[in-house]
Design a protein around this ligand. Structure first.
Ligand SMILES: [Zn+2]
Length: 89
């Protein structure tokens, strides 16, 4: 595989993963804006097409309230799941 092919493969993979994350990141479908190839969420204010993955992670963490400073990702995930369960009930 040439360097150019590897780059194209990485870009294609990146696009698919961003699209899946945008589609299934936990916000209601009414919050999602996907016209013209956009991948935005009007609730999280995350631009899944343009935001750097580390910025996406930070915005995602900030949307879960009361995260202790220095929390590990597993704690954040548990709180997100609980917040989503509470929202559903
Ligand atoms: Zn969202």
């Amino acid at each position: 595989m040439t360097a150019e092919n590897e780059r194209e493969k990485l870009e294609a993979d990146n696009y698919v993963l961003r699209w899946l994350l945008w589609l299934r990141h936990g916000c209601n479908g009414a919050s999602l804006y996907g016209d013209d190839g956009e991948m935005q969420c009007n609730t999280c204010m995350i631009d899944f097409k343009r935001d750097d993955p580390l910025d996406i992670e930070q915005k995602w963490i900030e949307k879960v309230k009361h995260i202790p400073k220095g929390a590990r990702w597993s704690e954040v995930f548990e709180r997100m799941v609980k917040a989503e369960q509470d929202a559903d009930s």
